[in-house]
Design a protein around this ligand. Structure first.
Ligand code: HEC
Length: 468
């Protein structure tokens, strides 16, 4: 009885913190700052002209919590939790970005149209269409482009033409929600050993008979359009498979140390990301044949998965080594707000879901904590979210002023971004185009062009220089 009563009390208290941020704003703030945040009896919250400090997150948080009563801004600390105040800061950022985007004209190049950008003019050339949710790209040593399609097919583009068939003999994937066939990557020695790696959501059934799935890595070789010599390189134990069809991660990158690094999303189970006994919500490091390198950080512990390299990740969908420093960079799809760019260091905790710059999709808060001891900070976070997906450092020579810049994709924001990086900081960001489809992945081709996988409509395009 007591337990029952406590349960009710706790859930009621939890309910109290689950108020939608948009409603909170309309009820408590709109009177003074305007229903559209553009100001009324009090100032606009969209013009990015702040009276309090530089308008950084911490200052806005403090003004909302403690108020500025002498100047007419009430204190909200008794009416709102810290989590709700954090959610209001995110909400203000979202509305400000919406206003900024509405006032900006972005390049929306049609095929063969020239687009301008700060460092290079470029043209988007159609490489292939008629694909179904192209997810990732890799090139065979002979220049053939391999494309994964989320429904479970591997396609080939050869001599500028999408071959009609798909590769036969691939294992079944669970194509539901965000799951399916995702990553394709080549062994650095593919020219001699022929190994091609795939990452996908593998279907399973747990002891209660529920459909579950998890990220699995295989490798094999291509003989014509047949997948041969298939081997499972990494598979989670069945007990750890999760129901639902979100957050698989699934990006692969081979390191300068010859090891295979791959990202594994937390499968919608935030707490798993902090649990070293579970493989989800982690970045893993294995040898090319799946063995565990003995210098992995959690090797030898009974309470940890030996392949784990880092933990505390939500849905890392971009992974690439910096061409000069050899450091591993990662993009991580956050909740509503809090998309991240991280540098990945051995054994570290990247914080999800204990710290985050985001809130829940329904506008309820997750936490007020954006930093904590022992947890890494992102290099940048995108709040509001751009729905960050794949990324790549540009390694070609067709765009000399873009060399080693980082290109980052956005799904919901439908944008391709160029980031200039110095040490561990982003010193410049530019949106190269926006609004011509969901941008899923970007990769430097062996021909030095920059290839982009777009969804809705589904196609592959490449950026070509258009004279400066
Ligand atoms: C009774 C009117 C009133 C209400 C209600 C109100 N504000 Fe304010 N707010 C103000 C005024 C006036 C200022 C400017 C204070 C100043 O000039 O120092 C202000 C300042 C701010 C600032 C700082 C702006 C800057 O330029 O530094 C933020 C952020 C803010 N309010 C957010 C909110 C939020 C969020 C709510 C709802 C929870 C809210 N306000 C409700 C009157 C109000």
């Amino acid at each position: 009885m007591l337990v029952l009563w406590l349960g009710v009390a706790i859930s009621a208290a939890a309910q109290g913190t689950r108020r939608d941020v948009g409603r909170l704003y309309q009820e408590l703030c709109a009177n003074c700052h305007g229903a559209d945040l553009r100001g009324g009896q009090a100032r606009s919250l969209l013009d990015e002209d702040w009276v309090h400090g530089s308008g950084d997150d911490a200052t806005l948080f403090a003004v909302i919590r403690d108020g500025d009563e002498l100047n007419g801004m009430p204190a909200w600390k008794n009416a709102l939790s810290d989590e709700e105040i954090r959610a209001l800061v995110i909400f203000i950022r979202e509305k400000a970005a919406e206003a900024r985007h509405a006032a900006t004209r972005y390049a929306q190049p049609r095929p063969d149209q020239v687009a301008d950008s700060r460092l290079h003019r470029f043209r988007l050339r159609l490489v292939a269409d008629g694909l179904a949710t192209p997810w990732s790209l890799a090139w065979l040593p002979d220049g053939t482009l391999l494309v994964t399609e989320l429904p479970g097919r591997l396609r080939l583009v050869r001599d500028g033409r999408l071959l009609p068939g798909a590769v036969e003999g691939l294992p079944p994937v669970r194509y539901r929600g965000q799951g399916g066939l995702m990553e394709v990557a080549l062994h650095p020695g593919c020219a001699t050993n022929g190994w091609i790696y795939l990452a996908y959501s593998e279907p399973g059934r747990d002891e209660q008979g529920r459909d579950v799935s998890m990220t699995t890595i295989i490798r094999g070789r291509l003989r014509g359009l047949r997948w041969t010599d298939s081997e499972v390189i990494w598979r989670a134990p069945l007990w750890s498979f999760r129901p639902g069809n979100i957050h698989f991660g699934c990006r692969i990158a081979f390191g300068p140390d010859g090891c295979l690094y791959f990202s594994h999303g937390e499968r919608g189970q935030g707490q798993d990301a902090q649990d070293l006994r579970r493989p989800n919500g982690k970045i893993h490091r294995i040898y090319d044949d799946g063995r565990i390198p003995p210098d992995n950080p959690f090797v030898g512990r009974t309470d940890a998965f030996p392949s784990i390299w880092t933990y505390g990740h939500r849905n890392p969908q971009g992974l690439a080594f910096h061409p000069e420093t050899g450091e591993l960079w990662e993009t991580e799809h956050g909740p509503r707000g809090g998309d991240e760019l991280n540098v990945i260091f051995k054994g570290r905790n990247y914080g999800w879901p204990v710290i985050t710059y985001g809130m829940n999709y329904d506008g309820t808060p997750i936490t007020a904590r954006t930093a904590a001891d022992g947890m890494e900070q992102p290099v940048v976070h995108w709040t509001p979210s751009i729905a960050v997906c794949g990324m790549d450092f540009y390694r070609g020579d067709r765009f000399p002023r873009w060399r080693h810049h980082l290109f980052v994709t956005g799904l919901a924001s439908q944008e391709l971004r160029r980031l200039e990086i110095r040490d561990h900081a982003v010193v410049d960001q530019e949106i190269l185009f926006k609004g011509i489809g969901r941008v899923r992945h970007v990769a430097t081709g062996p021909d030095g062009f920059l290839y982009v996988a777009l969804n809705r409509p589904d196609r592959i395009v490449r950026l070509e220089p258009a004279g400066d």
